[in-house]
Design a protein around this ligand. Structure first.
Ligand code: COA
Ligand code: ZN
Length: 309
């Protein structure tokens, strides 16, 4: 690795993290978290989700959070959607940077968005039709349960590639998020799929790649590093290790952003993130009512955490 190596970390705490928090988090607090993350240097932040308020009540102020956050020019704020209705609501609010989610495993897709994987991919085509001519339209396709499904176990590799092939058939260049929704992927599996994707579909023209990890089994950082070795340069993580899917029982938080920043920076890989500011933000988030935290770095003496290796 050279000093020029760089990664982009997208903090997803305001979406993946807050979606599982029971007590209502005030809109102003959510906005403050987005602004603090941007202030710490994150160039990408997932601010919320346009999903059924009955399914995930905490996300119902997604438009207000997204539009209320005052972040430096160049910071990308994105919103998750599960269907055309979500896209219409986001576009209606002037939000064009979207993350469309579906699951590779059938049972998790049914549990999460109440339809088959094939139907979700078809609906992705309709989202692309509506969005492709909009100025500034950007699409991440988050493929949940790429590695493991709570209900079905290890997911067949061929199924992952078949889903990507269908999605690419719509002709739009997009970034695919390879999501370890349950946190039960192992590093060799992550590297194998990441390499398989890049070999089959290239990297940069039509398809680009990101890794979205959860730390349920303590493998979040290791998995991200194997994804890095396999050529991935965009990572999702959540400050204070928040996160979890309400429809994947047993899955815990995302890999903590501060753990990932600490690791990359001390390996000479630049994240562009100010670790001290990120840790302050993580403390703020960890103090919110009803959040379940994870990660390691917050628990070690701050001086040790911030001392360069
Ligand atoms: N945003 C807001 N409301 C939505 C919506 C969206 N994207 N999509 C549907 N709705 C509303 C409908 O208008 C309808 O409202 P009503 O009951 O007041 O008439 C209701 O939700 C049900 O709509 P329907 O199309 O029948 O959806 P469904 O009940 O089959 O649920 C989803 C499907 C996808 C809307 C729902 O399962 C969902 O929101 N899942 C998201 C899960 C999630 O966020 N998981 C974590 C992130 S991966
Ligand atoms: Zn997740």
């Amino acid at each position: 690795m050279t000093a020029k190596d760089k990664v982009v970390i997208c903090d997803v705490a305001p979406r993946d993290g807050f979606q599982v928090v029971g007590p209502w988090i005030e809109t102003a607090t959510k906005i403050a978290v987005v602004e603090r993350l941007a202030g710490a240097g994150f160039l990408r932040i997932e601010t919320g989700a346009f999903v059924s308020p009955k399914a995930v009540p905490q996300m119902q102020d997604a438009a207000d959070v997204h539009k209320g956050a005052n972040v430096p020019a160049g910071t990308r704020l994105s919103s998750l959607i599960p269907n055309v209705k979500g896209a219409e609501l986001a576009f209606g609010a002037g939000i064009n940077d979207l993350v469309y989610v579906f699951s590779v495993s059938e049972s998790h897709n049914q549990s999460n968005v109440r339809r088959s994987t094939v139907d979700s991919i078809e609906e992705l085509g309709r989202v692309i039709d509506i969005g492709k001519d909009r100025d500034g339209f950007k699409l991440r396709v988050n493929m949940a349960t790429v590695f493991d499904c709570t209900f079905e176990g290890r997911v067949a590799e061929d199924r992952v590639y078949a889903c990507i092939e269908q999605a690419l058939g719509f002709g739009l260049a997009c970034e695919f998020g390879l999501c370890d929704t349950t946190g039960r992927a192992f590093p060799d599996h992550v590297a194998g799929i990441a390499e398989g994707c890049r070999q089959r579909f290239g990297d940069g023209e039509l398809a680009r790649w990101a890794f979205h990890g959860h730390d349920t089994f303590g493998l979040g950082v290791a998995n991200a590093l194997y994804a890095y070795q396999a050529g991935i340069r965009v990572f999702d993580a959540a400050c204070a290790g928040l996160g979890g899917c309400p429809f994947a029982p047993g899955a815990t938080g995302n890999t903590a952003s501060e753990d990932l920043v600490f690791t990359f920076e001390n390996m000479g890989i630049s994240t562009g993130i100010d670790l001290a500011k990120l840790l302050e933000t993580a403390e703020f988030v960890a103090g919110l009512d009803g959040v379940a935290t994870g990660g390691h770095l917050r628990t070690v003496p701050r001086k040790r955490a911030l001392a360069a290796a």
